[in-house]
Design a protein around this ligand. Structure first.
Ligand SMILES: *Cc1c(COP(=O)(O)O)cnc(C)c1O
Ligand SMILES: [Zn+2]
Length: 406
C-alpha cells in the first residue's frame, strides 16, 4: 500500500514491507511490529485546515494514516465519540481543565471497536471470510458485533470468568463462542493455536500491528476536539498495553506532521491486583507475569502482550504509572455516574481513579489540561457495582415512599 512505508520491529528494529508479517520473524511473538506511513503524503491531508472541513464523523476520517484503503461499506459506525467537560465533575474534584473522552458510546460499548474496525477492514481487503480472537471480553464482543455487521464469520475465545453481559453480547452476534476453562492467558494460547491451524484472520491486538492503529484514532479525535492542540496529560487504564501504545502513536504522528510542538504525558493506570506494567515501569523495566486479581476484568491481565510498546510510550512521554484499588475504582464509577451520568465498567473508570490519585499526589497539577479516557460501558458488567449502590426496596404504596424521604 503506497501510504504505508514499512513495518518496524519494536524489539530488534528490523524493517519489513507492509503486509509481509504479523510479528517479526526474527523475534517471534515478542517482535511486535510498528506501522510507519509516508508522512509527507499525510501532511497534505491531515493538518488543521483540511481536517476542519472534513465531514466524516467516524474514526476513518484519518484514512491517510490508517492501514486501510477502503472503509467497509456495511459496518456499524465507530469513533468520533464525544469529549466532555462537566462543571459538576470539575467542582467535585477541584480540577477545571478536566475532560472525559466517552468511549462507552461505541457500537459494542468500548474503545476496542476502534481496533476491531481496522481488523475487519484489513480482513476484507485480504478477502478473508473468518476472523477470530481471544479476549477478556471487550475485544471479543467488539469483533463479534462488527464482524456480524460487515458479514464476516467470527470465532471467539473467552476465559471462564468473563462477565455474563459480555458473554451474552458475544453469543448473540458471533458465529461461535468458545468459553475456555481457564484464565485469559489460557484462552489466548488456545486461540493462538487454533488461529494458526485453521488460518483465520487474527484480531489479537497485541500481536496484530494494524489494530493499535485503530486505537490511536481516539487521540487524533481528542486533538481535534480540544481545538487542534494536545492536552498536558492523557490518562488511560492499561491491560495488555495496546490502548496506551495507540495514544502514544497518535501524538507521535501529530508531532511528525508538525501539528503539535510536544507530546502530552501519559498516565498509565492499572489495578493493584494486576499491575505488571506499572511495576515494571517503576522498577527494573522488565515485566514479570503475575496472577491477576481485580474486579476490573478488562484489565485483569497477568501477562501483558504489548508491554514493550507500553513502556516505550511511557518513557518517551515522561509518563507516570500508578495503581488503584478495586475500592477506588468503584468510587470512581459512582462519581462518574452521579456527576456526569456516565456508566463506566470497572476498567473504564480505573483511569479516572488513577487521575484522582495522581492529582492528590501532586503528579498532575491543578492548572494542567487532562483528558481521561473512559474506555468501556458499565452495561458490560453491571453486577460489579453491587457493593456500592443503594437501592430502596419498598412496598407498592406512596406511604412507603414518604417514609424513605423523611
Ligand atoms: C481492553 C481494555 C482496556 C485495556 O486496554 P489494553 O490495550 O489491554 O491495555 C481498558 N479498558 C477497557 C474497557 C478495555 O476493554
Ligand atoms: Zn524483531
Amino acid at each position: 500500500m503506497g501510504k504505508v512505508n514499512r513495518l518496524v520491529c519494536v524489539k530488534c528494529g528490523k524493517t519489513y514491507p507492509f503486509g509481509a508479517y504479523i510479528t517479526c520473524p526474527a523475534c517471534g511473538l515478542e517482535g511486535i511490529l510498528d506501522v510507519e506511513y509516508d508522512y509527507d503524503l499525510a501532511r497534505r491531508a491531515l493538518t488543521e485546515e483540511p481536517l476542519r472541513v472534513r465531514s466524516q464523523a467516524n474514526m476513518f476520517r484519518y484514512l491517510e494514516i490508517l492501514p486501510v484503503d477502503e472503509v467497509p461499506s456495511q459496518m456499524l459506525r465507530v469513533g468520533w465519540t464525544p469529549l466532555y467537560r462537566f462543571d459538576r465533575l470539575s467542582e467535585a474534584v477541584g480540577h477545571s481543565q478536566l475532560y472525559l473522552k466517552d468511549e462507552t458510546v461505541n457500537p459494542s460499548g468500548s474503545l476496542k471497536d476502534r481496533a476491531s474496525a481496522v481488523g475487519i477492514a484489513v480482513a476484507l481487503r485480504e478477502q478473508r471470510s473468518t476472523v477470530a480472537c481471544a479476549s477478556t471480553g471487550n475485544a471479543a464482543s467488539s469483533l463479534a458485533v462488527l464482524a456480524a455487521s460487515a458479514g464476516l464469520s467470527s470465532y471467539i475465545f473467552v476465559p471462564e470468568d468473563i462477565p455474563l453481559a459480555k458473554l451474552y453480547q458475544i453469543a448473540t452476534c458471533a458465529t461461535k463462542v468458545f468459553r475456555v476453562r481457564g484464565t485469559y492467558e489460557d484462552a489466548f494460547d488456545v486461540a493462538t493455536g487454533a488461529i494458526a491451524r485453521w488460518n483465520w484472520f487474527n484480531r489479537n491486538c497485541a500481536i496484530n500491528p494494524y489494530l493499535v492503529e485503530g486505537k490511536k484514532t481516539c487521540s487524533l479525535e481528542i486533538y481535534e476536539q480540544l481545538g487542534y492542540r494536545a492536552p498536558d496529560w492523557i490518562v488511560v487504564s492499561v491491560g495488555d498495553g495496546c490502548i496506551i501504545s495507540g495514544q502514544y502513536k497518535a501524538f507521535k504522528e501529530l508531532q511528525i506532521l508538525g501539528e503539535i510542538p510536544h507530546l502530552p504525558r501519559l498516565l498509565a493506570v492499572q489495578a493493584e491486583g494486576a499491575s505488571p506494567i506499572v511495576d515494571a515501569f517503576n522498577s527494573s523495566g522488565e515485566v514479570s507475569p503475575v496472577r491477576a486479581r481485580t474486579i476490573a476484568d478488562s484489565i485483569r491481565v497477568g501477562k501483558p502482550r504489548n508491554w514493550r510498546k507500553a513502556l516505550r510510550a511511557l518513557k518517551n512521554t515522561q509518563g507516570v504509572a500508578v495503581k488503584v484499588s478495586d475500592d477506588e475504582i468503584l468510587d470512581s464509577i459512582s462519581l462518574l455516574g452521579h456527576r456526569c451520568g456516565i456508566f463506566a465498567e470497572p476498567a473504564g473508570a480505573a483511569g479516572f481513579a488513577g487521575f484522582l490519585k495522581a492529582r492528590k499526589a501532586g503528579i498532575i497539577s491543578a492548572d494542567e489540561t487532562v483528558v481521561v479516557i473512559i474506555t468501556g460501558s458499565g452495561l458490560k458488567d453491571p453486577s460489579s457495582v453491587e457493593p456500592k449502590i443503594q437501592i430502596v426496596e419498598i412496598e407498592a404504596s406512596e406511604d412507603a415512599v414518604e417514609q424513605h424521604l423523611s
